[in-house]
Structure formats: structure tokens, C-alpha cells
Ligand binder design. Structure first.
Ligand SMILES: C[S@@+](CC[C@H](N)C(=O)[O-])C[C@H]1O[C@@H](n2cnc3c(N)ncnc32)[C@H](O)[C@@H]1O
Length: 269
């Protein structure tokens, strides 16, 4: 699979301030989406954090999951993200739970070996330069017997119905090059990566998210989001407009459908 260009998610601090704010708002909207909540419930059940566990939320974004995990387990959560703007947004949203926010690159985590009981890493590995280097770091900081939970999208699983297939292919191919990640297939590679690192009791659960209308899909899928600026599209002239008119028509008929698989993979160190 060819390596894609870096997306804005790989370098939020390098983006115009308005774009960073838009992406953080998009993350929060995704966190409220019922299908993303289903993915997170699946991950929570797979990680099985025990009371008092010290957890790392690796690539925490605005820290919603970190705060929820801290509230549920009663232990400290280290919420780590490479973006200072994102960590500032997370600190603004702090609710008094036992979360310690830090700026840092997952390729070289500033924590001692074996210093956490578990790791949550959601929709981050698809954006990093070398996922195996990051996974090795996540394993290094986890104590023997602790668990690592990786959650990532398989963008190559994205499929539509109710819109012309050739048009959908054009749009998806275009967006995969820029707005979706360096490794479009990351989700389904996670099991192999954890097995390769010698983790025990590796489990892999594909969660196929269903978007039965355009509005629901737009929260998670950039090519359905009319708020993504037109200049982010590099499709031939007229394709964007044609796409949205077909999407709208399918929505009006009630036969629009999109599906996307997000993988939840865990292993014991
Ligand atoms: C799509 S967001 C996911 C955020 C959060 N995990 C969630 O699911 O809501 C990807 C996050 O990974 C962070 N990120 C990307 N590369 C990183 C790296 N090398 N080290 C740490 N964080 C990184 C980004 O800054 C961004 O906050």
C-alpha cells in the first residue's frame, strides 16, 4: 500500500488556527456519534481496565476519553498528544478528574518502562510516520501483565450505496490521498502488528459502523462533510457538486448508506 501524504492530524500545530479549531470540534462531534460510542464501548470491554489502573491515552485529542477513563477507574490517566494546541484545548475542558495532560511524540514517550497498567490509542496510528515504532513505545511503557488497546480505522473498507459507484470511487480515491491517513488500511493491520511484537492474548474486533443518512455520515466521513473547504478537494471540476447532489438525493429517497470498519485490537504485555 502506498504511503500517503501527512494529513492535518499529523501536525495540528502547523495548521491555521481556524482549521485546528474546526478539527477539534469535529473530534468532539465524532465522540458524540452513536457509532463511535459503540466503538469505544467495544474498546473499553476489550481493555478491561481495573480499579485504580494507571492508564495512558496515547494521542488523546481534547481528552474526552482520558477524563471518562479516569472517572470510571479512579486511577490516573496520562493524556499525551503531540499537539500543544490540542493539549491546551484538553486542559480547558478539564473537569477535575485524575488526568495529567502532557505534550509529547508517541515515537519517543517520556515515561519510564513499565510505568502504566494499560494504554488506549484511538485513531492515531493511521497518522504517524511509523506505527511500529509507536507501538513499540506503547508496549515499553506498559508493565508486564498490562494491556494495550489500539483502535483504528480501515479506510479501505469504506463503501457506499444509493450513490453512483464510479462517482463514489473517484471521491474516495481523491480524499484518501489527502484527508484520510498515511496508512488507509491501518485498522486491519493492528492484529498482525501486535502478534509480531509478541503480545499475548491478542484479540481483534472489527466494528462496522453504519451511517444510514448523509448527516450521520458527515460527522465521521470527510467526503460527506459539506464543511470541508472546497479547496481541500482536488477532484476534476464539477465532481464535488455532482457528488453532493447525488448524496442529497439519496438522503431524500431514504436509501443512502455508508459503512466503515473500525478495528479494536488488544494484547497483554
Ligand atoms: C484523529 S485524532 C484522535 C484523537 C483521539 N484519540 C480521539 O479518538 O478522539 C489524532 C490525534 O493524534 C495526535 N497525534 C498525531 N500524531 C501524533 C504523535 N506522533 N504523537 C502523539 N500524538 C499524535 C493528533 O495531534 C490528534 O490529536
Amino acid at each position: 500500500m502506498k504511503q500517503m501524504e501527512r494529513t492535518p492530524w499529523a501536525d495540528l500545530d502547523g495548521q491555521p488556527r481556524e482549521l485546528t479549531a474546526m478539527l477539534l470540534a469535529a473530534l468532539e462531534a465524532m465522540g458524540r456519534h452513536p457509532e463511535i460510542r459503540r466503538v469505544r464501548r467495544t474498546a473499553r470491554e476489550a481493555l478491561r481496565p481495573e480499579t485504580g489502573w494507571r492508564l495512558l491515552d496515547a494521542g488523546c485529542g481534547a481528552g474526552d476519553v482520558a477524563r471518562r477513563l479516569a472517572g470510571e477507574t479512579g486511577g490516573e490517566v496520562v493524556a499525551l498528544d503531540v499537539s500543544a494546541a490540542t493539549i491546551a484545548a484538553a486542559v480547558e475542558r478539564h473537569d477535575g478528574s485524575a488526568v495529567r495532560y502532557a505534550v509529547g511524540d508517541l515515537a519517543s514517550i517520556d515515561l519510564p518502562a513499565g510505568s502504566v497498567d494499560g494504554v488506549w490509542c484511538e485513531r492515531v496510528l493511521q497518522h504517524v510516520d511509523d506505527a511500529d515504532v509507536v507501538i513499540a513505545e506503547l508496549i515499553r511503557v506498559t508493565r508486564p501483565g498490562g494491556r494495550v488497546c489500539l483502535i483504528d480505522t480501515d479506510w479501505t473498507s469504506l463503501a457506499f450505496d444509493g450513490v453512483p459507484p464510479a462517482l463514489a470511487r473517484t471521491v474516495v480515491d481523491d480524499m484518501h490521498g489527502r484527508l484520510t491517513p498515511r496508512r488507509a488500511d491501518m485498522g486491519r493491520t493492528l492484529r498482525r502488528r501486535l502478534v509480531g511484537k509478541g503480545l499475548r492474548d491478542v484479540t481483534a474486533t472489527p466494528v462496522t459502523c453504519l451511517f444510514p443518512d448523509p448527516a450521520s455520515a458527515a460527522v465521521v466521513l470527510p467526503m460527506l462533510n459539506p464543511g470541508v473547504p472546497e479547496d481541500a478537494w482536488t477532484t476534476p471540476p464539477g465532481v464535488r457538486q455532482k457528488w453532493f447532489s447525488h448524496v442529497e438525493a439519496a438522503g431524500a429517497r431514504g436509501d443512502f448508506l455508508a459503512v466503515l470498519t473500525i478495528w479494536v485490537v488488544t494484547g497483554a504485555v
